[in-house]
Design a protein around this ligand. Structure first.
Ligand SMILES: NC(=O)c1ccc[n+]([C@@H]2O[C@H](COP(=O)([O-])OP(=O)(O)OC[C@H]3O[C@@H](n4cnc5c(N)ncnc54)[C@H](O)[C@@H]3O)[C@@H](O)[C@H]2O)c1
Length: 330
């Protein structure tokens, strides 16, 4: 599978490129105006272009991964559709709901996926299977903590300059738009139900930037499962900050350090009758990005898959309404 990447920054270079290789694919070319990104690609024998259009016209690609800042997803997605190349686009679909809706129209009838890598993490797939097999009985509630520390001047390459994550126009918001959609999408995969209601409260508590540095989300799935998520850019990274719990009538699943970009973490099932704890086995060497690359490659080959712009847009609409209301109260 010959891959191209638009936006060869932190997530593309450190996680998706290794994920493509681990999934047996080949990263053929990147498009990024940054000389540093181009030099980094060319040092690995990868073709480098200034624009998605130039890359798509020149390199024979089977699929494209888009990892530009949130407000710059739409143009490369359009270019991929125009070139007839399947496209996997980073989350959120876009910085605004209008742009996300526009992408939804452009990709109609085209193979498109939003890169919610955490739904592909083998620990989360094992949890979903355990829930389907009745390991915790009927699910009652999903509780998530997904937090990190993002300094106003943070840059993955220590290159200094502006952090686009703290720029409302580039990111579409702050910690909540960056982090919370992962957990909400993951919840719908784990319990196999869409989200029906969502409320958000925000804070700008620690960092001096114009976007939220933390938020609490609460909601309910269509079948009545309660969902709660705390996401933050203001949590010191030595503290515990990646935890996912699913409470059911017969037990509790607790995943620690599985949310994020890396392989591994642990999942424990605690029995509601005896309190006994057992570890849930999964492939701790397979990263969510490798699993995601394999899943998208399989979709490109025509296999069954669970990428869906309709599902992702429904979530984005619910999220946007709650986020807009929350920002008006900040
Ligand atoms: N799934 C995850 O876990 C995860 C993690 C981090 C980031 N992301 C998402 O990935 C995207 C990129 O995030 P990042 O952390 O890698 O950012 P980054 O700033 O490290 O990288 C972005 C890259 O895009 C390039 N770029 C800017 N404008 C461009 C254009 N017009 N055409 C081509 N390239 C352009 C920049 O030069 C840079 O190299 C965002 O949408 C973010 O939300 C997802």
């Amino acid at each position: 599978m010959r891959w191209g990447i638009v936006g060869f920054g932190w997530v593309a270079r450190d996680y998706m490129a290794p994920g493509i290789a681990a999934a047996g694919g080949t990263l053929v070319a990147i498009a990024d105006p940054s000389p540093m990104a181009q030099a980094s690609a060319m040092s690995g024998g990868i073709l480098a272009y200034d624009t998605a259009e130039a890359m798509l016209a020149d390199a024979a690609l089977d699929c494209l991964y888009v990892a530009t800042p949130n407000n710059l997803h739409a143009d490369p997605v359009r270019a991929a559709v125009a070139a007839g190349v399947p496209v996997l686009c980073e989350k959120p679909i876009a910085a605004t709901l209008d742009d996300a809706e526009a992408i939804g129209s452009v990709v109609a009838g085209h193979l498109y996926g939003t890169a919610f890598d955490q739904r592909h993490h083998p620990a989360h797939r094992a949890m979903a299977q355990a829930i389907r097999d009745g390991a915790i009985g009927r699910p009652i509630a999903v509780r998530i903590v997904y937090a990190c520390w993002v300094d106003p001047s943070w840059s993955p390459d220590d290159a200094g300059g502006c952090n686009w994550r703290a720029d409302p126009a580039a990111a579409g918001g702050g910690a909540v738009i960056d982090l919370a959609l992962h957990g909400l999408d993951l919840t719908t995969m784990l319990v196999d139900e869409p989200l029906a209601r969502l409320h958000i409260d925000l804070q700008r508590r620690i960092h001096d930037y114009p976007v939220d540095d933390g938020g609490i989300l609460s909601g309910r799935t269509a079948g009545g499962i309660l969902v709660q998520s705390h996401v933050a850019y203001n949590c010191p990274e030595v503290l515990p900050r990646r935890r996912l719990e699913i409470l059911g009538e017969d037990g509790l699943l607790v995943a620690t350090d599985t949310m994020g970009q890396t392989a591994g973490g642990t999942v424990i099932r605690r029995c509601a009758r005896t309190g006994e704890e057992t570890a849930l086995p999964f492939d701790a060497a397979l990263s969510p990005f490798a699993a995601q690359a394999a899943a998208f490659a399989a979709a490109v080959r025509g296999d069954a898959h669970d990428f869906s712009i309709h599902r992702d847009l429904s979530l984005m609409r619910l999220f946007d309404a709650a986020y807009t209301e929350a920002r008006s109260c900040l």
